[in-house]
Design a protein around this ligand. Structure first.
Ligand code: BT5
Length: 261
């Protein structure tokens, strides 16, 4: 069980996680976070659940959320345009990867746009949802799911080759409250940089952990399937791909698979 009083005692943030809503079971922490945001919850308020019955991935995919994971959502109220919301996902990925590197010395890597991998296996997924008002953002909910203290058996058969957990990697349970505290701290630092329009610095960090850059990739989106080399991510968070015919394309959403090392 996650002991919230341990988190509160150890937390070193100014506003992220200063208000925590804790639940044994939720449908989805993102859904509850959106409800709380609509009711006026402050920036940084964090929703944590021990398990989720309908954890959400992108495009209505399911996120499997057994007990022993970190399933949380943070409410944000940045004054940004809608087109800047995608940057929050990248900012969050940097925070997660830094946390795993610092606490466990794992070579955590970022896969555009919303995955954190260890040894090429997904240990974390991020789901950013924005409530929009015309061209501006009313609030943002960033959901972070990390597979922590459960064995691979906690996941369905079809995910066992693509996913991993910290317990699997480290061969032991980790201190989950310490992990949440460090994550919220790293997140707040990265988010402050993002708000101070220092997204360039964020991108530099992001690139240093984005292992798939320079590799041949396949990108599957709603409309098409593309092959090329992942070249970079641009100032808006879009993936830049050099296609096989030599032209460059900016991709704003899709799934990336590395085709060769
Ligand atoms: C994501 O979507 O990776 C976003 C996941 C966000 C989860 C957090 S948990 C807290 C908050 N509350 C929520 O309801 N959601 C957020 P996407 O890139 O679409 O990946 C989804 C795919 O990942 C699924 O279709 C599966 O293939 C795979 N998957 C599902 N559960 C997984 C898990 N626990 N570990 C690794 N892979 C998983």
């Amino acid at each position: 069980m996650i002991r919230i009083e341990r988190i509160t005692a150890k937390l070193e943030t100014d506003f992220v996680g200063r208000e925590i809503y804790y639940f044994l079971k939720l449908s989805s922490t993102n859904t509850t976070a959106k409800e709380q945001a609509r009711k006026g919850a402050k920036e940084g308020a964090t929703i944590i659940a021990e398990t989720q019955t309908r954890g959400k991935g992108r495009l209505n995919r399911r996120w499997i959320s057994p007990k022993g994971g970190v399933w949380l959502s943070i409410i944000l109220r940045p004054q940004i345009n809608t087109e800047d919301a995608a940057k929050i996902t990248l900012t969050t990925a940097v925070a997660v990867a830094k946390t795993l590197r610092k606490l466990y010395r794992l070579r955590a890597e970022i896969k555009w746009p919303n995955d954190v991998l260890v040894h090429s296996k997904k240990v974390c997924g991020i789901l950013t949802e924005a409530s929009l008002e015309g061209k501006t953002v009313n609030f943002v909910v960033v959901g972070i799911g990390i597979n922590v203290n459960f064995a691979l058996n906690g996941l369905p058969e079809n995910l066992k080759t693509t996913a991993t957990t910290l317990k699997e990697m480290l061969k032991k349970d980790v201190d989950i409250e310490e992990l949440i505290c460090q994550l919220l701290k790293e997140f707040e630092e990265c988010y402050k940089q993002f708000k101070e329009k220092e997204f360039r610095n964020m991108l530099t960090e992001w690139r240093s952990m984005a292992s798939f850059l320079g590799k041949k990739v396949e990108i599957v989106s709603f409309a098409e399937r593309l092959h090329g080399v992942a070249v970079d991510v641009d100032g808006k968070g879009a993936l830049v791909v050099k296609l096989e015919d030599g032209t460059r394309r900016k991709i704003v959403s899709g799934d990336v698979t590395v085709r060769e090392a």
